[in-house]
Structure formats: structure tokens, C-alpha cells
Design a binder for this molecule. Structure first.
Ligand code: PLP
Length: 394
């Protein structure tokens, strides 16, 4: 008799966002006159930039003419986009080639699906706290997970523990939820650790375009040796506002082989079985996002969000509230004042300031006592929120 995958029973009840919605909904119902400001969302709010919109309009027109109509495209994405992505990597001094790039419908599915090409005999390393997809997708596969403690002492940038023998290592930098970013020396230590253990790093660079500090790496391939042990996952969601359009990509270096077989060939085989490609119109939009005009417009959107981060970070500085993130990421990760736990602080912020944020405990046990604020909001609201936070007597 058929049964459901038993690993579903091992998933932790992730009630984070439904609980946030329930609590803020109830509060609004009892206080309909209150203007609630949302600083919890990980979704972008600014519209798609004109360069992308124009390219997509023109791609729609291509679909209307027999000579330019496109049916199924290549599983790995159109060459025009893969070439443009390679040119973009030159900004970081990284040489990659179109046959190493695999276009997708976004980083969420890539991070959840890539492990499928490996036989995971060793541990799957996941940081605590974490972007929940790494954990839940690993639990569903029944993997043997080992959690790495990210905490205040290591500024939420944990380093390898050589007593743990991994086969797969998830790293997200700039990090969601903490906003922490590994520097090149730190990433080199992870690369050395992966090479020594013959493990693979899945490097999630979804927030790379928020990096301002020129010394910080945008790509793991800026690190020597990474092409022999890492796969990079990136997305057009947070830089170009594609959360609703859906486009991302994976970079699998040709050097990355197991027993002489290229990891890229295995991924392409898997794509051919399970994926029929990202739409032509979306890929044309993504190409335009990486054009000089698109980059100019995108940078303005990122600066807008970064200003929000600065406003929030200055406010927390004034109040002497410990926090990291914001400078090179859209997220600010703060320590709840007066030893409050994450949900106590959520309630206080909602009731005293009518602000909704995200309790850190929803991202893992080490997130308890911490809280995430997002800068993906409206500047007027962020300014209002900053004043309200200042008026709370902590
Ligand atoms: N990776 C991280 C770390 C994220 O925070 C998110 C979205 O919030 C994603 C991946 C998902 O990106 P996409 O919209 O491309 O699926």
C-alpha cells in the first residue's frame, strides 16, 4: 500500500510566517485604527526597472511573429543569457564560461534540487540559524544533517569544525537571516575544508549585489580552489525584483568532477528529466537586467533599500541595540533588548510601535533572542518605524 514519504513527519512545524500573519491580523482586528508597518517581509517592493520591462515587451513581440517565435528552449537556458552572466562575473575578476551556467526559475528550487545529483554518504552541513529551505529539503531527502552554530561569539560567521566529516555544505553569504558576510580568508577556510573532505559547497549568493565593501567576495569562485569543490547559486529576485517573474542560475565549473564525471553533466541530465526551461521572455528580461542600462537602474533600487537599512541601523545604534547586517545585505539582525526572547520582542514591537518584524527563533534554535528586520520596504514607512522604535522605553 502506498504511503506518504515518512520524512514529512521529521519536518519541524514551521509556523513562522503563518504565526506572524495570525498575530498581526488579530492585533489589526482589535485595533483597526492602527497603521501597521511591515518590516518582516523578504519580498521586494519596488517595481521592475524600465530596461527589463522594455526587453520583455520586445520578447513578447518576438513570440507574436513566426520568424522569431520560440517554443521549448534549451534546458540550461539560452546562450545569450549564459554569455551575459559570464560577462557579469568579470566584474568580480572571475572567469566562467557559458557551458558552466545553468539558468533556472530561481534559487529556491536550485538549492533544494541540486543535492539530488549526489550520493550523500556523509553529513549535510547547515548553519543554525538558516534560510529554512536548506534544512527542510534535506530533511525531506532523509539526509544526515549536522548543524553548525552561528552565534553572537562568532558574529554569525561560523568556521569549519574538522571533527565533522561532511559531504555537502550549505553556505549563504550575504546571509539570510543574519546579513553576515564571509570575507575571502574565511571563505578560503571553508574551501580548504571542503577540498580536504572531498565535499561540495553549495554557495547561495542570492544577495551578492547588496555587497558594498569592495574587499568582500561576491562569488565563491574568487577563492582559490573553489572551482574544484563549489557550486554557486544566484538569483534575479532580490537585485532585479524578479520574485514574481522567477529567474536564477547555477554555476558549475567544468573542473568540478567526481571520479572523472563532471557535476555539470549530471545537473544537465537531471534538468533534461525534470525541467523544461525558464521562459524566453523572462530570460530576455534577465539579460537586460545585466546590461549597463539595467545595472544602472538596479543599483538605484538597491541604494533605495540600503538607505532603509541605514535608517534602521542608525536607530539601533542610538538605542545601543546590538545588531549586524544591513551594510552589505538587505537584512538587519538584532539582539532583542533586555534578554527578551524573539516572540516577546515581536509582541512588544507590534503592540508598542505597530511594527511587524521576523522572530529569529523561526530560523533555528540559535536565532532565539534575535530578530530580523528587512529593508525591502517603503522609505516613508521605515522613517516612521524608526521614530516609533525610538519612542519605546526598552
Ligand atoms: N536563497 C536565499 C538565501 C533567499 O533568502 C531566498 C529568498 O528569500 C532565495 C534563495 C530564493 O530566491 P528565488 O526567489 O530566486 O527562488
Amino acid at each position: 500500500m502506498i504511503e506518504f514519504n515518512k520524512n514529512f513527519n521529521n519536518l519541524k512545524k514551521n509556523y513562522l510566517f503563518s504565526e506572524i500573519a495570525r498575530k498581526s491580523g488579530e492585533y489589526k482586528q482589535s485595533n483597526p485604527e492602527k497603521d501597521i508597518i511591515k518590516l518582516g517581509i523578504g519580498d521586494v517592493t519596488l517595481p521592475i526597472c524600465p530596461a527589463v520591462i522594455n526587453a520583455m515587451h520586445s520578447a513578447v513581440d518576438d513570440m507574436a511573429r513566426a520568424e522569431t517565435f520560440k517554443g521549448y528552449g534549451p534546458y540550461e537556458g539560452y546562450e545569450f543569457l549564459r554569455e551575459t552572466i559570464c560577462k557579469y562575473y568579470k566584474n568580480f575578476g572571475v572567469n566562467i564560461y557559458p557551458d558552466e551556467v545553468y539558468v533556472s526559475d530561481g534559487a529556491k528550487s536550485d538549492t533544494a534540487n541540486l543535492p539530488e545529483i549526489f550520493e550523500l554518504n556523509g553529513k549535510v552541513l547547515i548553519q543554525n540559524p538558516t534560510y529554512p529551505v536548506y534544512m527542510d529539503s534535506s530533511i525531506l531527502r532523509g539526509n544526515d544533517i549536522s548543524y553548525i552554530n552561528a552565534n553572537e561569539e562568532n558574529e554569525f560567521l561560523p568556521m569549519p569544525d574538522y571533527s565533522v566529516k561532511p559531504s555537502l555544505i550549505f553556505i549563504c553569504s550575504p546571509n539570510n537571516p543574519t546579513g553576515a558576510v564571509y570575507n575571502k580568508n574565511q571563505l578560503k577556510k571553508w574551501v580548504d575544508y571542503a577540498l580536504e573532505n572531498k565535499a561540495i559547497i553549495l554557495f547561495d549568493a542570492a544577495y551578492e549585489s547588496f555587497i558594498e565593501d569592495e574587499t568582500l567576495p561576491h562569488s565563491i569562485f574568487e577563492i582559490e580552489g573553489a572551482k574544484n569543490c563549489a557550486i554557486e547559486i544566484c538569483s534575479f529576485s532580490k537585485n532585479a525584483g524578479f520574485t514574481g517573474l522567477r529567474c536564477g542560475y547555477v554555476v558549475i565549473p567544468n573542473e568540478l568532477k567526481i571520479n572523472g564525471v563532471k557535476a555539470g553533466d549530471m545537473w544537465l541530465r537531471r534538468l533534461a528529466i525534470k525541467f523544461n526551461g525558464t521562459s524566453y521572455i523572462t530570460q530576455k528580461g534577465a539579460e537586460a537586467a545585466l546590461s549597463p542600462e539595467g545595472q544602472n537602474q538596479i543599483k538605484k533600487c538597491i541604494s533605495y533599500y540600503k538607505e532603509n537599512s541605514k535608517i534602521l541601523s542608525n536607530t539601533l545604534n542610538e538605542l545601543n541595540i546590538w545588531h549586524i547586517g544591513g551594510e552589505n545585505s538587505p537584512y538587519i539582525w538584532l539582539k532583542c533588548p533586555n534578554n527578551m526572547n524573539s516572540w516577546e520582542f515581536f509582541d512588544l514591537l507590534l503592540e508598542k510601535a505597530n511594527i511587524v518584524g521576523t522572530p529569529g527563533s523561526g530560523f533555528g534554535t540559535n536565532g532565539e533572542g534575535f530578530f530580523r528586520l528587512s529593508s525591502f520596504g517603503d522609505k516613508e514607512n521605515v522613517l516612521k518605524a524608526a521614530e516609533r522604535i525610538k519612542s519605546i522605553k526598552f
